[in-house]
Design a protein. Structure first.
Length: 225
C-alpha cells in the first residue's frame, strides 16, 4: 500500500514516514503544499491514502483537499492538524477529508485510523490466508501451519500485495509502485530476490511454490487455497 504524506515539519514527517515504512507501507513525502498537490494529482491512482497537514507553506491543506476531491472522490484523506476547535474540524471534513488527527498524536492511533480507512475504501480484509499461511495486518504477524514466520518489512508488504490480489497477476510495475517508493532506482530484478525469500520462508517442501511466476509479467498467488 502506498501513502502520500504532505507535511512541512520535517521532524514530524520523518517520524510518521519511518513508522509507516516499518509497517510495510511505501511512503512518498512532500514538504510543502504545491509539491504535495502536484504529487497527488500526478499519481492519484497510485496512492491508497493521503496524509495531509492543515497548515502548509505555499498552499493550505484545505485547498489541496478540495483540488484532490475534484479529481478523485474515493482516495481516503486524513488531516493532521493542530487546529482543534469543533468548527475547524467540521470545516475540514466538509472539504472532503475522511478523518482528522490532532497533533500531537500517538503513532499507534494514526496507524489504527489508516487501517480502518483502508479497510473501508478497499473493502480490504485484515487477515489473509493461503493454505496453511496466515497473515494478520493488525498484529503484523505471519504464520505458517500456526508457527510464526519472521519477514522483513519489504517481504511483508510484498506478501500483502500478492495475497490481497489472490488469483490475479501482480505486474512488476505494480509491485514496484506499491511496495517500493518514488525514489526507487534499482534494477527491478530486486523483486525476484524478495519473491525468492518469500518462497524460501513460506513454501511447503516438496510441492510447487505458492507464488507462480508469470513470465514477462509478474507474479500470482492462485485463488485455489
Ligand atoms: Ca504544518
Amino acid at each position: 500500500m502506498r501513502i502520500l504524506l504532505i507535511e512541512d515539519e520535517t521532524a514530524i514527517a520523518n517520524f510518521i514516514a519511518e513508522g509507516l515504512k516499518e509497517e510495510g507501507f511505501a511512503v512518498d513525502m512532500a514538504g510543502n503544499g504545491k509539491t504535495g498537490l502536484h504529487m497527488a494529482l500526478d499519481n492519484l491512482e497510485e496512492y491508497d491514502l493521503i496524509l495531509l497537514d492543515w497548515m502548509l507553506p505555499g498552499m493550505s491543506g484545505i485547498e489541496i483537499c478540495r483540488a484532490i476531491r475534484k479529481e478523485n472522490q474515493t482516495v481516503p484523506v486524513i488531516f493532521l492538524t493542530a487546529k482543534d476547535t469543533v468548527d475547524d474540524v467540521v470545516f475540514g471534513l466538509e472539504t472532503g477529508a475522511n478523518d482528522y488527527l490532532r497533533k500531537p498524536f500517538a503513532f499507534e492511533e494514526l496507524l489504527a485510523r489508516i487501517r480502518v480507512l483502508l479497510r473501508n475504501s478497499t473493502g480490504a480484509q485484515h487477515i489473509f490466508r493461503y493454505a496453511d499461511i496466515e497473515m494478520n495486518l493488525d498484529t503484523h504477524r505471519v504464520t505458517k501451519g500456526g508457527a510464526p514466520v519472521e519477514l522483513t518489512r519489504k517481504e511483508f508488504a510484498l506478501l500483502e500485495l500478492l495475497l490481497r490480489h489472490k488469483g490475479k497477476a501482480c505486474r512488476r510495475t505494480r509491485i514496484i509502485e506499491k511496495v517500493w517508493d518514488i525514489h526507487f532506482d534499482h534494477d527491478n530484478s530486486v523483486i525476484d530476490v524478495y519473491i525468492n525469500a518469500l518462497r524460501k520462508k513460506l513454501d511447503s517442501p516438496g510441492s510447487l511454490s505458492f507464488i507462480q511466476t508469470i513470465r514477462g509479467v509478474g507474479y500470482r498467488v492462485n485463488d485455489d487455497a
